[in-house]
Each structure stands twice: as structure tokens, then as C-alpha cells.
Ligand binder design. Structure first.
Ligand SMILES: [Zn+2]
Ligand SMILES: [Zn+2]
Length: 241
């Protein structure tokens, strides 16, 4: 094994993170799981990363969802669609104590983020409420943002944002319900305001459904003087089409 392979194996485990088969290549997944994982490719919505049909027209395009909904951020990308193997991986990361998934996921996120990362960006995760953090012991979004920061060399502020109150779960709520549930629920940590001021912030989360939580987080950054916000998610929940 050459030095380069040795280094790769430090980054990506030798076993497939989804099925545990031996993997000889990089990127964390065996060939079969790779094919079953809906990675986003081609033309995408510039605000949420949803794949769009057609050729790249050379200017930013937006999906129906983002045309209908005000997004307080300027660009967004997603690494995968929330279904099949990608859904399993996200649920394992969230509920299964599979912290090892964060490393390969960081690589997938970085690949998706290439068009939107800029020098000087501040990277921050979407926060969990501390009660939920106690129960779950870790914030899966912070694991992901740490990997993105490590791979990009950009500054990481894992506690930039905090939840003001423990919002009810977003599951089972319709779109308007989701936005109402999280409005004003997130703020910049009072001792971290100066970090966001005058900066571009890259918000990282595991899943984007309606975008309500990301909108609340982006508004909080802008309220303390961030000059702009971009969002990066591991999975985008896309309507079946
Ligand atoms: Zn596999
Ligand atoms: Zn969109």
C-alpha cells in the first residue's frame, strides 16, 4: 500500500459504511451501496440542491419549492436525496450512534459544496436544543460541520447558534406548520455574535425538508450582521416526481 492509499484509508474506512463489505476504493461505500445511494449530480436548484431536469443554462436556476418560498440564504447544496440507502445512512447517523459515518459524509458534503464555498466563510451547524442534545449525546449536524471545516480548512464555530426553546418535532407537520413551529426558535449565541458579524456563514444540517429550520438559522445569522448565508445539507427531501 502506497503512502497515498495509506492516507486515504485514514480518511475512509476499509469497510463499506452502509453494509460492512470490504471496500478497495475510497469514499466509504462499496460499489453496490454506491449505486443504491442517490447522490445528487447534474443541474440543481441553486437554493436547495434539488436536481432539476435539463442542461445547465449558465445561470442559477431554482426549483418550484424555492420559487414559492422566501429563502433567507443565497445558495444551497445537498449531497444526496433523502431516500433508499441515503435515508438509512442519515437515520444511522442520527439515531444509531454511527459516528463513523460523519467522515465519509464530510467528503460527500464537500463535493456538493464546491460551487458555493468561499474563502473566509464561517462554518456552523444547525443546533439541537440542549435537552435533545442530552438525550442524543451528540448533534449529528455538528459532526458533519466539523468534517466540512476539517476538509475545507475553513473556520468552524460549533456553538454559533442555539435554540431558544425546545420546538416540537417537525415530523408530521405540514409545510406551514413547520415554518410556524421554528420561527424565532434559533439565535446566535450571545458570546459568538462577533464571529458572525461581517462574515459569510455556511450552515450545515443533516436533512432539509421544508427548509424552515435552516431559514430560522439563517435569519439569526443575518440578524447579528452576517453579510450572507449559504446552506449545505447531507440530504434533501425531494418530492417524488
Ligand atoms: Zn456496501
Ligand atoms: Zn430549491
Amino acid at each position: 500500500m502506497g503512502l497515498q492509499d495509506a492516507l486515504l484509508h485514514m480518511v475512509y474506512p476499509p469497510h463499506c459504511v452502509a453494509c460492512d463489505a470490504m471496500v478497495s476504493s475510497d469514499f466509504g461505500l462499496c460499489g453496490s451501496c454506491w449505486r443504491d445511494t442517490p447522490f445528487v449530480a447534474g443541474l440543481v436548484c441553486d437554493l436547495c440542491g434539488t436536481p432539476l431536469p435539463g442542461e445547465d443554462p449558465g445561470h442559477p436556476v431554482h426549483c418550484d419549492d424555492c420559487l414559492r418560498t422566501a429563502r433567507p440564504w443565497s445558495h444551497g447544496r445537498a449531497a444526496m436525496l433523502y431516500r433508499d440507502r441515503a435515508r438509512d445512512l442519515v437515520l444511522k447517523l442520527k439515531h444509531g450512534d454511527r459516528l463513523d459515518l460523519a467522515r465519509p459524509a464530510g467528503g460527500w458534503l464537500m463535493r456538493a459544496a464546491q460551487p458555493i464555498v468561499q474563502p473566509g466563510m464561517l462554518i456552523a451547524p444547525v443546533p439541537l436544543h440542549w435537552l435533545r442534545l442530552l438525550r442524543r449525546r451528540y448533534n449529528q449536524s455538528a459532526l458533519l460541520s466539523a468534517q466540512v471545516a476539517r476538509l475545507s480548512g475553513l473556520e468552524h464555530c460549533p456553538d454559533l447558534l442555539q435554540r431558544r426553546r425546545n420546538t416540537h418535532s417537525q415530523e408530521g407537520k405540514d409545510r406551514d406548520g413547520r415554518f410556524a413551529n421554528v420561527a424565532d426558535s434559533i439565535r446566535v449565541h450571545p458570546r459568538r455574535r462577533a464571529r458572525a458579524e461581517g462574515r459569510q456563514v455556511l450552515l450545515v444540517d443533516d436533512v432539509m425538508t421544508s427548509g424552515a429550520t435552516l431559514a430560522a438559522a439563517a435569519e439569526a445569522c443575518l440578524a447579528v450582521g452576517a453579510v450572507g448565508v449559504c446552506v449545505l445539507v447531507l440530504c434533501r427531501v425531494a418530492k417524488e416526481g
